[in-house]
Design a protein around this ligand. Structure first.
Ligand code: HEM
Length: 398
């Protein structure tokens, strides 16, 4: 890491409240940890990675995509017509882990439903834009096939969070277990495909290294679950201890289903915050790909009438993430909007949660904004139809 980016890291970490007062960013796991198999950056998803590589090399992906299309609900039988090794693999993985606690998952679903407007806002404008300053993720997303159609991709990726928060997500009639398994297949395909992309290889920090390691997935989890939890705490959104634990549990199950090994999954919010400090904060940085993606994403939201100007949206992103990130992404300033957000947003939440009796200035503006963003999610980011998750057969051409 260059000294400049390390400085950025520190200031950003402080801004996000993720770095301790001493400004110490713990180092990433050591080479000896890698050798011992205890480093998530050197752990992938070996069994399915091998299976998908074989299917890709044999040209079998279109047939697999056709077969998995009608397979949607958790209680659907596995599709017929899959290669034998893929069927055998899915028979093992397409279920909740033994440690999943259904009561916690139900409480998490109920909590998510009650707080959904904040969640949409935070996943969409917070995590979504943060993903563009996670260099390895931004480069992978940009140079994979889906990077060429951000509208479609944003719809599919952001609805992952929504599917996770569906009341029935983990129930037999729900869809989350299947969605997560399909995503796991997509990630396995991407691990085989991206290293063949000359564009990705030219910009990858370590071109020989396979993308989407367990470490990368943990980073993304912290940009989603841990970030959202922290913001809701910061914003004093009322949460019971049981709800907080349940929310973490739903994410623990989600990342397990995406192939993260048990020993890397944080067991408490304290452990998650510590891991986030270690693996997320130090790596945030701007890239060409990330800037393009951020512009695409914010342009996408600008196409919908959110009742606010693009300047207001820029300032909201700055407020939720930090000015450092806003500067990296060249988000044009609107100081009047910034002032309104700084005082109006906390008051809006307090009023909405029944913590203050008087309706604050700007209430309707914020209310329309969060409702419009929720609608954007519920309508799959403006796509007229839900696009099923499909396994890519190639990379972004250029
Ligand atoms: C695809 C979610 C981590 C890169 C997808 C899809 C979902 C998803 C739902 C399928 C949507 C689609 O077909 O476009 C997640 C979640 C993650 C995670 C919930 C972690 C909690 C990562 C990480 C990377 C990554 C760490 C890269 C470093 C990609 C790429 C695709 C993809 C390149 C394929 C897009 C294409 O079709 O070209 N992910 N992902 N993901 N993901 Fe992830």
């Amino acid at each position: 890491m260059s000294s400049l980016s390390r400085r950025n890291v520190l200031s950003l970490g402080v801004a996000l409240g993720l770095v301790g007062a001493a400004g110490v960013v713990p180092g990433l796991a050591s080479a000896s940890a890698a050798a011992a198999g205890t480093d998530p950056w050197w752990a992938w998803d070996d069994e399915i990675d091998g299976i998908m590589a074989g299917i890709l090399d044999n040209g079998g992906v279109p047939a697999v995509n056709t077969a998995i299309k009608p397979w949607v609900n958790n209680n659907h039988a596995l599709p017929s017509g899959l290669p034998g090794n893929l069927s055998a693999y899915l028979a093992k993985t397409n279920k909740l882990p033994a440690w999943a606690d259904r009561d916690k998952l139900r409480l998490a679903a109920d909590f998510n439903r009650r707080k959904d407007t904040y969640l949409f806002m935070l996943y969409g404008l917070g995590s979504g834009i943060m993903s563009t300053v996670i260099p390895r993720e931004a480069k992978s997303v940009y140079w994979s096939a889906g990077g060429a159609d951000m509208k479609d991709r944003a719809a599919k990726t952001f609805t992952f969070g929504y599917d996770l928060s569906d009341l029935n997500a983990f129930e037999p009639s729900g869809q989350f277990v299947v969605t997560a398994n399909k995503t796991r297949l997509v990630h396995a395909a991407v691990r085989h495909l991206l290293p063949q992309s000359p564009h990705w290889s030219a910009v990858a920090d370590e071109p020989d290294r396979i993308p989407i390691s367990n470490g990368d997935i943990l980073v993304t989890f912290h940009s989603l679950g841990t970030f959202v939890h922290k913001k809701m705490k910061d914003w004093r959104v009322p949460m019971t201890a049981a709800e907080e634990t349940a929310f973490l549990h739903s994410w623990q199950v989600a990342i397990h289903l995406l192939g993260v090994r048990q020993e890397f999954i944080p067991q408490t919010w304290a452990a998650a915050y510590a891991q986030s400090e270690q693996v997320l904060t130090p790596i945030l940085a701007p890239t060409f790909e990330g800037r393009e993606l951020a512009e695409d994403l914010l342009g996408l939201t600008a196409q919908i009438d959110l009742g606010v100007t693009r300047g207001f949206l820029n300032e909201f992103v700055r407020y939720v993430l930090s000015d450092a990130i806003g500067d990296w992404l060249d988000l044009r300033r609107d100081y009047a909007a910034a002032a309104l957000i700084r005082t109006g947003w906390p008051a809006y939440i307090a009023f909405r949660e029944g913590l203050i009796p008087v309706m604050p200035v700007g209430f309707y503006l914020f209310d329309q904004l969060i409702r419009s963003i929720a609608m954007l999610f519920l309508n799959n980011a403006g796509s007229p139809t839900t696009t099923p998750i499909t396994i890519p057969t190639g990379n972004r051409p250029g």
